[in-house]
Ligand binder design. Structure first.
Ligand SMILES: Cc1ncc(COP(=O)(O)O)c(C=O)c1O
Length: 416
């Protein structure tokens, strides 16, 4: 543990007034929940909106709703994604099928996807990883004729996309996460949106079986949010990030997570979500743009992965090779730069899935594991943090836009 300014790899804005303003939810915040549902329906032109305890819980509910009217049991996901995704599929009693990814886009390898689409596939999950919109239209084109549902995993991309195609509106159904490091947070939380009246009815049938969140769970979530708000700041983040038992930023495969309705405190805490989200996403895209400018000047084998409509929950960058990644992550840890190694393995290599998924290699996903890092883009990243991040990545000659001065070598990187 090193007492120094330390950036979190990701962080969602949360004001004190949002936190305090959520307390009336403890004694009845139904009207806030209903207002939130109406606002989300309007935003996504949805026929059904459901608020649940997490993104994983949202996926379980959607999968059970789809499986209720089908004999198909297999779900295609990218071979490089958050471990919560296969966790939810297994929890829903379904089978994981992996499709390799294209390392340049992090989207599906579409040739392989086409080969995998067969009569026993229930649904496909295009995933808007790190806030980069996936090509959902292409997935829909492939799936429509085969009667396969398209479930957008928009856990990391709330508010992403453009007027022409908002993330979450092109598939049959989409879910978002309101977890702690997401575009918008309520501690934990999940949103399901669908335009399909039939699917809305099927999801409603599953949703109505869910228990409400317990009082204890509601209070614990709120207390965690208070702590998060205090310790996510760069002045304090060195403390929780230096305590390995907290497991901050770790992705885990586990199936015994709560699947319940979102409580009123969380719904109440999301009042004003649209403005808060728009500002956070604009700030992130601006920060990502500046980081990319510096990387492009560095000519150091760095390949930022970009999209014109990306909301950049984090900025993904491919480094030269596994060694460059290892060195950059070690330097980041030393200087508190918030550069993260992201998911540690492909989904194929999750030990708990051994024997549950077909044994195969996914070279695209493997390359991403070996070369990808993510850069922080959140509200706490300052101009001098960006310089620190460039140096950690070994960008040898980013010129300061104001002075034209060259940066110092990485060993002179300030840790203050
Ligand atoms: C791509 C992706 N899908 C699903 C999830 C699950 O969301 P939650 O953490 O809210 O359960 C996450 C969470 O980080 C995610 O990144």
């Amino acid at each position: 543990m090193k007492l120094q300014r330390t950036l979190a790899p990701t962080s969602a804005p949360l004001s004190l007034s949002n936190l305090i303003g959520s307390l009336p939810g403890l004694i009845g915040g139904r009207k806030y929940r209903e207002r939130l549902i109406r606002e989300l329906e309007a935003k996504f032109q949805a026929r059904g909106v459901f608020l649940v305890s997490s993104g994983k819980a949202a996926l379980v509910v959607v999968l059970k709703a789809l499986a209720a009217s089908s004999r198909r049991r297999r779900v295609i996901i990218p071979a490089y994604t958050c471990f919560s995704v296969p966790s939810a599929i297994v929890r829903a009693g379904l089978e994981v099928v992996l499709c390799d990814v294209n390392p340049r886009t992090l989207d599906f390898d579409f040739e392989e996807l086409e080969r995998l689409l067969s009569e026993d596939i229930l649904c496909v999950l295009p995933t808007h990883l790190f806030g980069l919109p996936a090509d959902v239209r292409r997935v829909v084109q492939l799936c429509r004729t085969r009667d396969i549902a398209v479930v957008e995993d928009a856990a990391q991309a709330l508010g992403g996309g453009s007027e022409k195609g908002l993330v979450g509106t092109e598939g049959d159904v989409a879910f978002f996460s309101l977890g702690r490091g997401k575009n918008l947070t309520s501690g934990t939380g999940g949103i399901i949106v669908t335009k399909s009246p039939t699917l809305a009815d099927a999801i409603h049938a599953e949703y109505s079986k869910l228990p409400a969140a317990s009082f204890g769970e509601t209070c614990r979530n709120w207390a965690e949010l208070v702590l998060m708000r205090a310790f996510i700041r760069p002045t304090w983040y060195w403390l929780p990030s230096g305590l390995p038992f907290l497991g901050l930023g770790e992705t885990k495969f586990y199936t015994d997570f709560p699947v319940c309705r979102m409580d009123e405190v969380r719904a109440c805490q999301l009042v004003g979500w649209d403005r808060r989200l728009a500002k956070a996403n604009t700030d992130r895209a601006a920060c990502a743009g500046k980081l990319i400018m510096g990387l492009n000047q560095g000519f150091n084998g760095l390949q930022p992965i970009t999209h014109p409509d990306g909301v950049y929950l984090r900025l993904p960058v491919l480094l030269r090779d596994r060694v460059a990644k290892h060195e950059a992550c070690a330097r980041s840890q030393k200087y508190g730069a918030g550069v993260s190694s992201s998911y540690p393995t492909t989904i194929q290599d999750i030990p708990e899935l051994a024997g549950r998924i077909t044994d195969r290699t996914c070279p695209g996903a493997q390359e991403v594991v070996e070369r990808l890092v993510t850069l922080p883009t959140h509200e706490f990243v300052t101009e001098s943090d960006r310089v620190k991040i460039w140096r950690v990545l070994g960008v040898s000659e980013p010129r300061s836009r104001n002075t034209g001065a060259r940066s110092a070598p990485v060993d002179q990187c300030s840790s203050g």
